[in-house]
Design a protein around this ligand. Sequence first.
Ligand SMILES: CC(C)(COP(=O)(O)OP(=O)(O)OC[C@H]1O[C@@H](n2cnc3c(N)ncnc32)[C@H](O)[C@@H]1OP(=O)(O)O)[C@@H](O)C(=O)NCCC(=O)NCCS
Length: 116
Amino acid sequence: MLIRYKKTLEKIAMGLLSFMPNEKDLKKLQQTMREYETEEDWQLFLWKEEDIIGLLGVLYHKDTNSLEIQHISVNPSHRFQGVGKRMVKALKEMYADKEIIANENTAGFIEKCDIC
Ligand SMILES: CC(C)(COP(=O)(O)OP(=O)(O)OC[C@H]1O[C@@H](n2cnc3c(N)ncnc32)[C@H](O)[C@@H]1OP(=O)(O)O)[C@@H](O)C(=O)NCCC(=O)NCCS
């Protein structure tokens, strides 16, 4: 299930976020984490099965009532088992009134999620 990020989950969240190709630089990663912690429109979720194995970060666009998936990652030991698609499906269900969109960093995978 999708759970909301909280400060006690910072280490696991940073580890998962660092799998994003555009978050390899530590300074950039720390800056991104700060934005999720402080910006109202930036929302970070973690995916918990038995353990926390995935991360989904979104930016809410008030003007278009849409949610942009900025970050998505799954623990390498749990990839290719449908976790990524389950996270997108759960987000769509949680925000059924909003359009879910990708950006240039997440479109490759999100475009595969039409059926999610
Ligand atoms: C992308 C990611 C979240 C997918 O998670 P996952 O749980 O393995 O995904 P699922 O098992 O739900 O789906 C697997 C499908 O996604 C595809 N896929 C995996 N990574 C992909 C990528 N970077 N771009 C496009 N498709 C990708 C697989 O080829 C597979 O396709 P298929 O259904 O046609 O066989 C995971 O690979 C990851 O954490 N990657 C590193 C972070 C990253 O690059 N995020 C941005 C992705 S654009």
